[in-house]
Write a protein that binds this ligand. Sequence first.
Ligand SMILES: Cc1ncc(COP(=O)(O)O)c(C=O)c1O
Length: 360
Amino acid sequence: MVQFTATADIDLNALRNNFTTIKAITPEAKILAVLKANAYGHGLVRIAKALCEADAFGVARIDEALELRDGGIIKPIVLLEGFFDPLDLPIIAVNNFQTVIHNIEQLQAIEQVTLAEPIHVWLKIDTGMHRLGINPKQFSEFYQRLTASKNVHSHIRLMSHLGCADLLASPQTSQQIELFEQLTAGYSAEKSMANSAAILAWPQSHYQWVRPGLILYGVPALKPEQQRTTYPLDPVMTLHSSLIAIRDIKAGDSVGYGAAWTTPQDTRIGVIAIGYGDGYPRHAKNGCPVLINGRLVPLIGRVSMDMITVDLGENADDKVGDYVELWGKNLPVSSIAKHSETIPYELLCNITRRVKIDVI
Ligand SMILES: Cc1ncc(COP(=O)(O)O)c(C=O)c1O
């Protein structure tokens, strides 16, 4: 009997199908696939190689961009937060990276540097999220100065980011789109606003470039009740492990560290080889679902570094070695996120090096 430890199956066909779904929703737009944080935990270069129809890739750190180039990726790569050090500019030019410009320090650095080749720039405007982006009042000055710089390629792109695209009742998204529209109306530049939720819910925000992250990986960006149309999205990652021990306990017995869970009745518990050392959330609550032999059983007790415990039920006939799904094809990662007071993004990104990867 083989007992598997934590393994993440990465389904590249699912990834390509999700890409096709996005293309069908936004047939006119180019797709900048967001691959930051190790492609949301799915493997940076592997995901980039599989997305051969993407028009560009987006990352958050220059090291991620360099890893893509080292891995043989020749498509455009955009630094979504721009550069953090003016010394990065020659590296950006040599590697043909594109950079977002969102503050005055970046503008000045680009004006002052001497580069062999001009670089492609995306000017980011803060239309209301108030995280990154220049103040709308600075837009015309930034645009003119970038246009005048010999270091900037003439096709400057314009972008903004939506803070509430997944909250359909919030007025913020319409306000942000309207402001972006007003500011950029007279400019023939290519524009970009939409993340996953906006791709699904806000067609007015699609423009010439969309920037999907979460939905590429097959995780819905909207709750089912928010969706007017249901789009086929197939989870790319399935995290699984196996039962490594089964024990019978009596009513009143407690389980695990801190004796944090006590059984009200006689039952049979299962111990599964996965824990926070693999990226399973330490804060998953009692009752968080775990899929074993076609049924959902509740997590009980505290999550340990290498193990979790579940209540299999008194008459369970599960066996040591049985396959256990923690999230993926049959158990949405959003459900685990909900029981852990976090978001699917965090769970996917937190998969650790110890987890075996099986590309299928
Ligand atoms: C600038 C930018 N665009 C697009 C995305 C993709 O977002 P999502 O994963 O919600 O599609 C992100 C991710 O946070 C981002 O920072």
